[in-house]
Design a protein around this ligand. Structure first.
Ligand SMILES: [Zn+2]
Ligand SMILES: [Zn+2]
Length: 279
């Protein structure tokens, strides 16, 4: 027979209290460029986590971070799902994603069809089983947004053209992911979305019906008037943290170009933000 000591009771109380705190709080962890992790309790998702090209101006993952990701070591233990915005070298590496799925057999991948096709062309028959955990999203420009579900996640996707529209990169399937974790915290990852309201105006109801607690726009949404209007009038997130920030832009807001001084930006791998769901 066991008896409960007061120490055990204190420990249990602390455990229950900390569970209570977790139930209301999520954290965003910055990786590099547009790579980030969002966690809520035991639920963890990644956006654009593995890529190899910095195009001479963007941040790459630190080596230790990349090793931890492949190994499933802290803070990347127990990742549930990975979301890819688009098949560009500063967001996605097909071969590395195959490796991650092979080494971490519980991860599911959600990616635009274009990215999945690239993975298939890189993989051998030996890898065939990893594709059972890959969900390809096939969306054309102006298609209605789609909704997917997995345990703990409500996943919504819409295709917003890549920046450069209407003259460049029209073939790139850029997906804006809106993900709600445990019916509690909603985040929005925008990939390399083009900041023209015409893309957002046609799905006005979609943008109104699940307001993100935190959104991660590429920094050019802050530095253009049309981008700021989209954030204010369509996305309406409670809070924004800009991503895809060139390494030439300093972490210190006072040293940044004037149009980026008033915004929160992710600039250092490993930095975090608490995502509040309180009003
Ligand atoms: Zn791109
Ligand atoms: Zn990019």
């Amino acid at each position: 027979m066991t008896t409960m000591t007061s120490q055990t009771i204190v420990g249990l109380t602390f455990f229950i209290l900390s569970m209570g705190v977790q139930a209301h709080e999520s954290t965003a962890h910055y990786m590099a460029n547009e790579g980030l992790m969002v966690e809520h309790g035991d639920t963890k998702i990644l956006f654009d986590p593995l890529f190899r090209n910095d195009y001479g101006q963007y941040m790459l993952l630190p080596e230790e971070m990349e090793e931890a990701l492949f190994a499933g070591a802290a803070p990347f233990e127990g990742i549930d799902a990975v979301f890819i915005s688009h098949h560009h070298g500063d967001h996605f590496s097909p071969i590395d994603m195959i490796r991650l799925l092979r080494e971490q057999p519980d991860i599911r991948l959600y990616a635009p069809n274009q990215a999945v096709i690239a993975m298939r062309s890189e993989s051998s028959n030996v890898d065939a089983d990893i594709f059972e955990r890959v969900i390809a999203v096939s969306l054309e420009y102006k298609d209605a947004p789609v909704t997917l579900n997995m345990e703990g996640l409500l996943i919504e996707a819409v295709r917003i053209p890549h920046s450069g529209w209407p003259t460049g990169r029209l073939d790139i399937e850029n997906i804006v992911w809106r993900v709600t974790l445990n019916e509690d915290t909603t985040v929005l990852h925008m990939g390399d979305a083009d900041p023209n309201d015409v893309h957002f105006a046609q799905d006005a109801q979609y943008w109104n019906r699940n307001i993100p607690h935190m959104a991660f726009p590429p920094y050019w949404f802050f530095s253009s008037a049309s981008g700021r209007e989209i954030l204010n009038n369509r996305v309406k997130a409670k809070r924004y943290v800009g991503v895809h920030v060139p390494v030439s832009i300093p972490a210190d807001p006072l040293l940044r170009p004037v149009e980026l001084r008033g915004f929160d930006l992710f600039t250092s791998p490993g930095e975090t933000r608490t995502i509040s769901t309180e009003d």
